[in-house]
Design a protein around this ligand. Sequence first.
Ligand code: MD3
Ligand code: FE
Length: 216
Amino acid sequence: MLDLFAEEPAWREPLADGAAILWRFAIRDASALLAAIETLSAQAPFRHMVTPGGYSMAVAMTNCGASGWVSSRSGYCYTACDPLTGAPWPKMPPLFLTLAVAAARAAGYENFHPDACLINRYSPGAKLSLHQDKDEYHFDAPIVSVSLGLPAIFQFGGLRRADPLSRHYLDHGDVAVWGGSSRLFYHGIAPLKNGHHPEAGAWRYNLTFRRAAKEE
Ligand code: MD3
Ligand code: FE
């Protein structure tokens, strides 16, 4: 029988050209990812970075991988070392890398070589204002995002800040991938609702895998 929907599995929802949500793609790895976040954050602690405008961010952040995203009074950049400890960011665990590469491939991106994983931690009330991710060396690689713990409403716009937003629910184990013509789309996270997650408690974690530095 002819199946018009055969090319789009139920676990993959296209959002825009180059962007898709992979529902529950990371669910089998979720407990191990949470345990790894615990270990990583003992080496490179979560901290509330300061924006160039002088505000402390509501989302706490840390990194693993060769490059880590940093915000300060002097701007945004990627660094090899954690400014808090002076040590290199912790290595990206093999599980992280394998998952990110598999998710990129499932969304149609072969040859994804992430060198950076930004780890965001949200408590109830915390939000991430509408922004673009444009501190990477070039924009031909996608970004892979893994959501863990409490659910969130993800806001997804277009190339201009004023473009209309669509809203999508991201829950424990959901993965989103953004590349191609949606790579520079504005996006954000609405204030997190109160709740308790059996594995993550009153937190939401988000891993974003990026190619930050020039490919060798
Ligand atoms: C759409 N994090 O760390 S991930 C970020 O859930 C960030 O913590 C959010 O935005 C979070 O920069 C959302 C999903 C995401 C990431 C990058 C994108 C969506 C994107 C880049 C372009 C378009
Ligand atoms: Fe972002």
